[in-house]
Design a binder for this molecule. Structure first.
Ligand code: 3PG
Length: 230
């Protein structure tokens, strides 16, 4: 098991990307890199997802390539074999969590409740996906659970946009957000790579519109570390 905290610190946004046609995989990944986003969560929601993973792994080496929507141990193994350098799941079952923990690459298990986060934490993993972020409670919920479980760093995903991302990124227990808004279906289908580069550039710009070293803390929590507070 490798700690996934470093994965959360690559970029303010991890694009969650679903690709139907593997021929689009490399141009999409390259368009993201050109816009300044060097990490991708490619979902295993299509039949050809493993082929797309292989193509990106081979042809876009600058990209930190992850596989998302990992639902089973078999999918985790297949994604790793196809070249994924980290794995993301929308949620966990006991057997999937056990399997992910035994793997040799960083994993971001998905959680939506305090109990689920505690179960993942018990396995020694402190970096998690919070999904579906908007419907599950949004920034207020994340701020509240930062008090009892401050050790967990989240990548909230689900219902987030360029506009709402800063509401999450200001939280002490959020290192980055995930979202599909960087690669809209019509842009991918229409091969509008410049549009994806523009969207990636806007998302990458979230890194400069806030300081990673100055974070708001969940109310009632004291960091005890002046370098963390504004
Ligand atoms: C995910 O798997 O993280 C979500 O499908 C992404 O959610 P979004 O489409 O609302 O950004």
């Amino acid at each position: 098991m490798a700690d996934a905290t470093s994965i959360l610190n690559v970029s303010p946004v991890i694009p969650v990307v679903t690709i139907d046609d593997p021929a689009s995989a490399v141009p999409v990944a390259q368009a993201l890199v050109d816009g300044g986003i060097r990490i991708i969560e490619l979902t295993l929601r299509t039949e050809s997802a493993l082929e797309s993973l292989k193509l990106i792994a081979a042809e876009v080496p600058d990209m930190m390539l992850g596989a998302g929507t990992v639902l089973t141990p078999g999918q985790a193994d297949a994604a790793a074999a196809a070249g994924a350098r980290f794995l993301v799941s929308p949620g966990v079952t006991p057997s999937l969590l056990r399997h992910l923990v035994g793997m040799d690459l960083p994993v971001l298990p998905g959680v939506a409740t305090v109990g689920e986060a505690m179960a993942v934490l018990e396995e020694g993993l402190s970096a998690m996906k919070f999904f579906p972020a908007g419907p599950a409670g949004g920034p207020d919920y994340l701020a509240a659970i930062g008090a009892p479980i401050p050790a967990v760093q989240f990548c909230p995903t689900g219902g987030i946009s360029l506009k709402t991302a800063p509401d999450y990124l200001q939280l002490a227990n959020v290192s980055c957000v995930g979202g599909s808004w960087l690669t809209p279906g019509d842009a991918v289908e229409g091969q509008d790579w410049p549009r994806i580069t523009v969207l990636a550039g806007e998302a990458a710009g979230l890194a400069v519109s806030r300081s990673y070293s100055v974070r708001a803390l969940p109310s009632g929590v004291s960091s005890g570390d002046s370098s963390d507070a504004s």
